[in-house]
Write a protein that binds this ligand. Sequence first.
Ligand SMILES: [Zn+2]
Ligand SMILES: [Zn+2]
Length: 421
Amino acid sequence: MGGEPMEKIRLQCLGAGREVGRSCFVLETDMKVMMDCGLKIYQPGGKKDMFPEQYQGPLDGMILSHAHFDHSGYLPELFNHERISWFGTPPTLDICSLLWPDSMKIMGEDSPYSEADITRAQKRFVPVKYGQKVHVGKTEFTFHDAGHILGAASIEAEWGKRRFVYTADFKIQETRMHKGAEPIEDAEVLLMETTYHSREHPPRAPLEKKLKVEMKEIIDNGGNVLFPAFAVGRTQELIAIVRSLMPDVPIFVDGMGKDVSKIYRKYGGYISDAKGFEKAADTVVFAGDRRDKADATSMPSVIISTAGMLQGGPALGYLLNMRPQSKMIFTGYNVEGTNGWRVMNENKIILDGNLLEVDLPWSYYDFSAHAGRADLLEYIKKANPEKIVLNHGDRIVEFQNELQAKGFEVYAPKNGDVLEL
Ligand SMILES: [Zn+2]
Ligand SMILES: [Zn+2]
């Protein structure tokens, strides 16, 4: 029994088509199941480019790969009108429960959902562990560790003889927090993220060595090292990295990364070295009040603070109060138009509507939580798919052409496209 051999799969591509942000798909087998429902929060084009396209037909279920906002940010809006269950790993719900109310505040009147929608979404959550199988109709879904952030999953869907894999965001290389994803083999249809299809990330070991030399010089000269860091994933990884490289330096952590760090401690089973992280986190000051904040810049220290792109958060406050000889170190991507981007390109920030010069020197280290080019190619080799659907990247058509030349059937849908696979 099971599905008939040549049964068609349809895929509604509603976001992250030839772009990064607002990931959203609906997989149609015997059921209609949404996978991810993200939002592009810093969108110079305004509201119309923030949300995914409208989906077709009532849904039978929803699956969330991980808590990052470009995958989860629009999810509560669904529960304004849908009465379905949604599946995710337990840490994913905990992190989303922090992010959603906060982003509602940031979006203000533009927020597509209310507190009541968030509450309804939380009630409809069904927890799933890695390796566990869940069913929606006759379609079986399995969550696999994606090696990306706490609780992040790649999703395998089986329906009769059809096998569909959604990588979502993944990383194969080992990091301080995660062992790295094992590619899912024999995917018949592979829906893959391609954020870095055109470049490699430097190996971690020499990168950390270089970082240690730079931090040591700043601290020895009496300065502060400020890491503007994403709350989810990067803050925790930096705690582990910095503590391991410099056992005695005072480390202050501020912003939403503090609360997310608690969730990382709660779900130690989802990171590779829970004891090591616990130990490192015990030596860090999670800046709670004004005095902690003042302490951070009263001595040479390392400050790890939200927001990663300097769009709000206490990082901006530190930036304006740093000691002489200080330096700012970016470790992640800055979207054009954000303060992080402005510092790197114009040495300016916008604070309370005013354009300010920033004379603080900065440097950039690529500690990406995504697969690089070689990893994407390795994934394809192991998955050995008949059809590949590319998403979550810029200039995807270049990569599409390259893979087509190798003999694969490759799609690079735009938002709103529906594929018959
Ligand atoms: Zn992500
Ligand atoms: Zn993403």
